[in-house]
Design a protein around this ligand. Sequence first.
Ligand code: 9D3
Length: 245
Amino acid sequence: MKFDIITIFPAIFDAYLSESILKRAIQKGIFEAKVHNLRDFTKDRHKTVDDSPYGGGPGMVMKAAPFFDAVRAIKSDGADTLTIMLSPQGKRFDQNTALRLSKEQRRLLFLCGRYEAIDERVRDALVDEEISIGDYVLTGGELPCLVIIDGIVRLLPGALGDEGSAREESFSWGLLDYPHFTRPPEFEGLKVPEVLLSGNHREISRWRRKEALRRTLHRRPDLLERSPLSDEDRRLLAKIKEEER
Ligand code: 9D3
């Protein structure tokens, strides 16, 4: 998979892409990311990327021309491209979006904004999709872009161990995770649940599913409504509610 990124802060990407799973995925040839400095596509001495808004008001607006020139230069290789702008006005990024984008055949081109906004003509002429990562105010599109790339790359074949992918599909979809423990069996008087030390794998699976359901019920009941629950899940949920009455 190929990502191109347009930003005025390329160093933000270099740091994150050179660590851990993303670094390894690049080394394995699973994806590549080219980061383009928007200022390289300006034509004035001061490399100006912003200007005051028509109509007045606070803050600065990113100029259209550098984006147009950057996108044109990147697309000049003729490769099929899906252009995504990170924006608070976009559709909310979720696991379904990550999965859909991970299956894209096209190169993904991300436009990151700073300041108050980007000139609307960029969106009108160049953008296929606008994505937000949630309802809170950040200072720009760079972190959202990395969040989205991170969410996509871990779904690409070979990026994680095979272990990860099997678990992804079957067990955890739509529920919060169950509690995890590692050695020692008792730490500062705090014990690991007995069932996890029992070696009884049927019992362990059942306990984990039940605790995942319990946590989801308590912390994210909104997820339970949309999650595909089995008959066994419904029995376990009824039991949890019974036990907690
Ligand atoms: C307080 C400024 N806002 C006025 C209503 C507008 C605004 C402009 C620019 C708010 C945020 C930003 C910068 N944010 C992004 O570019 C951004 C973002 C975000 O802030 N939250 C969640 N997802 C995203 S994607 C891009």
